[in-house]
Design a protein around this ligand. Structure first.
Ligand SMILES: [Zn+2]
Length: 255
């Protein structure tokens, strides 16, 4: 049975996700930055929380962990590398581990760059990727702890999951990201079409997330550092993609 996924907008522009395994009724929440809206959604849906999955240690992804665990006794899953930075972890995971939510299984992918301990959870059967602040629609996370080479490698690993992977990222940044993407890749027709779709969705107050990986592969400049036309657009034909990525990230930081 497919995983049921419920999206909860919290704070200014964060998304928290509830995942329910249809076979067993086990429920996980990904990156609960606040407990209140998650508790309300659980009550409304009649779902009982069994797991908390954390992608990285930032407070807007972990602020609700203590209260949700106290309320439900659920099991808290986070990266081994983040132990000591996140309280109340029950299950420490690392790259290559598999994690079961009932009959639904996620692969744990280490994706350092935004933070060094950042992990993503990939439910291959459901084509659902929970990638926190590593990959955004039309953007990527800032390099707070890792370097450009690490982040490029992490993004390549996510891109390799396939065009039909659904990118459940942790922020609604797509419209602002589109402005920057168009500034570095102005001739990209797929990007122009996606930017128009994004604007129309936001004007209706609708989410632009999840986005299919195929669209990201064609439109997101941070996934296109090895594409000849983007390299030409930024004046770096034939350069190491990690260096091209670093240059695009630098431009975004001062955009
Ligand atoms: Zn973060």
């Amino acid at each position: 049975m497919p995983l049921e996924i419920h999206q909860i907008p919290i704070m200014r522009d964060n998304y928290v996700y509830l995942l329910r395994d249809g076979e067993t009724g086990q429920v996980a929440v990904v990156d609960p930055g606040e407990a209140g809206p998650v508790g309300e959604a659980l009550d409304r849906l009649g779902w009982t929380l069994t797991h908390i999955l954390i992608t990285h240690h930032h407070h807007d992804h972990t602020g609700g962990v203590g209260a949700l665990k106290a309320r439900t006794g659920c099991s808290v899953v986070a990266a081994k590398a983040d132990l000591g930075r996140i309280d109340a972890v029950d299950v420490a995971v690392a790259d290559g581990d598999r994690l079961a939510i009932g009959d639904s299984v996620a692969d744990v992918l280490a994706v350092p760059g935004h933070t060094l301990g950042h992990v993503a959870y990939w439910f291959a059967e459901d084509k659902a990727l929970f990638c926190g602040d590593t990959l955004f629609s039309l953007g990527c996370g800032r390099l707070f702890e890792g370097d450009a080479r690490q982040m490029w490698r992490s993004l390549c690993a996510l891109r390799a999951l396939g065009d039909d992977a659904r990118v459940f990222c942790a922020h609604e940044y797509t419209n602002a990201n589109a402005d920057f993407a168009l500034s570095v890749d102005p001739a990209n027709a797929a990007l122009k079409a996606r930017a128009a779709d994004v604007l129309a969705l936001r004007e209706k107050g609708m989410p632009t997330v999840p986005a299919p990986m195929g669209a990201e592969r064609r439109c997101n400049p941070f996934l296109r550092a090895d594409a000849a036309d983007l390299q030409r657009a930024v004046g770096m034909v034939g350069c190491d993609p990690a260096d091209v990525f670093a240059e695009i990230r630098r431009r975004k930081d001062s955009f």
